[in-house]
Design a protein. Structure first.
Length: 199
């Protein structure tokens, strides 16, 4: 399969690339790195990406930004980053990408644990993650040509605890390699409309 991997240079993306590249052609894509570049918050950039990469069998997005701040400090503008980048970025990857996807192709998006198990300063992440998982369930029943869509919802990564440990006290972190298996299940399996919870 030809797999487009957005966020290939990140902690999750690197693990996904290592897992899938053993069996497939993985095209590494990033904001500033990789074989191709894309800004997922810009639908024009997304379309240019697909025009350059051409047809594909699977797309994985392991990228997306949100604002982490105390709710009392947040305004409506504070939510814009997560809504335009992590949420609508992934939605637009499907809306535009379906034109370039081969029959039976899959889309795998990334949400996260915070809509199920919130933390301080995580309101934007919780909102966006919940919306992504809901979008996946709803979009799956309408996709034509055997197209599939799933999301992966991991807890905090072992590799990220050096930075995020103060925010995730009591959480059991998981290794990125374990999270990568959920992406492989989505890409190489047949299920659709699923959220694969890791941790």
């Amino acid at each position: 399969m030809k797999i487009l991997l957005i966020g290939a240079n990140g902690t999750v993306g690197s693990a996904v690339a290592k897992e899938l590249a053993q069996r497939h052609e993985v095209v590494a894509i990033g904001l500033t790195s990789g074989e191709f570049q894309v800004d997922i918050s810009d639908s024009g950039s997304i379309r240019k990406l697909f025009e350059r990469t051409g047809k594909f069998d699977a797309l994985v997005c392991a990228a997306g930004s949100v604002t982490f701040a105390a709710l009392e400090q947040m305004t409506s503008d504070s939510f814009t980053l997560g809504l335009q980048n992590k949420l609508m970025g992934q939605v637009n990857l499907l809306l535009i990408g379906r034109e370039y996807a081969n029959d039976g192709a899959s889309f795998t998006f990334t949400s996260g644990i915070l809509n199920r198990d919130p933390i301080l300063s995580g309101a934007s992440a919780a909102l966006v993650n919940g919306a992504i998982d809901a979008f996946v369930r709803a979009a799956a029943i309408e996709l034509p040509r055997g197209l599939r869509v799933n999301s992966v919802s991991p807890t905090v990564l072992e590799e990220a605890m050096g930075v995020y440990a103060p925010y995730f006290r009591g959480f059991k972190p998981v290794p990125a390699a374990e999270v990568a298996l959920a992406y492989a299940k989505s890409v190489e399996g047949l299920q659709t409309g699923q959220t694969y919870i890791v941790g």
